[in-house]
Design a protein around this ligand. Structure first.
Ligand SMILES: [Zn+2]
Length: 307
């Protein structure tokens, strides 16, 4: 499919808009701040003008990736924990009408997974499962070359898999979710509980705790051990269910790889069904913060190609 595509990665803090050419390289990449907008209508006006400026009449389609529960079957948001005014908005339809081009929407973790599978750490494998460790934990599942979205588009929420019955409280209102142990937010809260010198209202950032761990502080190191252990348990369950052997871990927290990977590997092997032992490989993502833009532009391109 010749022509250019735009990928929009709409997160709770940043909005990245990238122009992707036919070689799947990101040319023009622009940033907006999500906090500057107070309604979808406001943001829609801005997105429309940026897209028109960037595409200059050569665009074929636009993909938009949003954090939260995306009903891909309807092109609407069902639940957006970071940007509440997105809830229920007919995003696909209103953006398509404003720019007069086909638009596809997907969950941000699905877009990242698709990007890493098509061009990054998952390239060449027929099936991968990707976990994105940011302020929350996202997940995406590719089975035999297709994104698995579940019955209505809400599939792949690996962050809300229960890894500890009656465990730590999660932002979703449940207890014991993977996100409550292996996200950036979890790093700050768990460390804050362990280190009484840190005020509850003023937690350290995951980067500050990472620096303390690198300096050898055992309380900080323990937080990353917990993170790795629960990731290993979660991945083992995914292997046991899907029999997928290749995993990609991406997102800001994955920069602390050397602090959690050994424990992850131990917990993974300890919890695997016997026939899978020694066969599972876990890779670091390769596309960094462009993965979502590249992935959702590719999702848009694939839709145009097959329609
Ligand atoms: Zn949860």
């Amino acid at each position: 499919m010749q022509g250019q595509f735009i990928g929009i990665d709409l997160g709770g803090t940043n909005i990245r808009i990238g122009l992707v050419d036919e070689r799947d390289e990101v040319g023009d990449l622009r940033y907006l701040s999500s906090k500057e907008y107070s309604s979808w209508d406001d943001l829609l006006i801005k997105l429309t003008s940026v897209i028109k400026e960037m595409g200059a009449g050569r665009l074929k389609a636009v993909g938009i990736a949003v954090a939260g529960g995306v009903l891909t079957s309807k092109g609407t948001m069902s639940y957006s924990p970071h940007i509440r005014w997105m809830d229920g908005q007919p995003i696909e339809e209103s953006l398509a009408r404003a720019i007069n081009l086909p638009v596809w929407m997907d969950n941000d973790a699905n877009a990242i997974t698709y990007g890493e599978w098509a061009y990054g750490a998952g390239k060449g494998f027929s099936s991968i499962i990707c976990l994105t460790l940011g302020s929350g934990v996202g997940g995406g599942i590719i089975l035999n070359g297709n994104l698995y979205r579940g019955e209505d588009g809400l599939g792949g929420e690996i962050g809300h898999m229960c890894v500890q019955p009656n465990g730590r409280p999660c932002r979703c209102g449940k207890r014991g979710c993977l996100e409550a142990y292996s996200s950036g937010t979890a790093i700050s809260t768990i460390y804050g509980e362990k280190n009484r010198e840190v005020e509850i209202d003023n937690p350290l950032s995951p980067i500050q705790i990472y620096e303390r761990a690198i300096a050898g502080e055992w309380l900080a190191l323990d937080v990353f051990n917990i993170l790795g252990e629960y990731l290993g348990i979660a991945i083992a369950s995914l292997v046991n269910v899907f029999s997928v052997h290749h995993y990609v871990i991406t997102g800001g927290v994955s920069r602390a790889w050397e602090l959690f990977f050994d424990r992850l590997q131990e917990a993974l092997e300890a919890n695997l069904f016997n026939p899978h032992r020694g066969r599972v490989k876990v890779f670091r993502g390769q596309l960094g913060d462009k993965a979502g833009v590249i992935g959702v532009a590719r999702i848009a391109r694939d839709h145009v190609s097959c329609h």
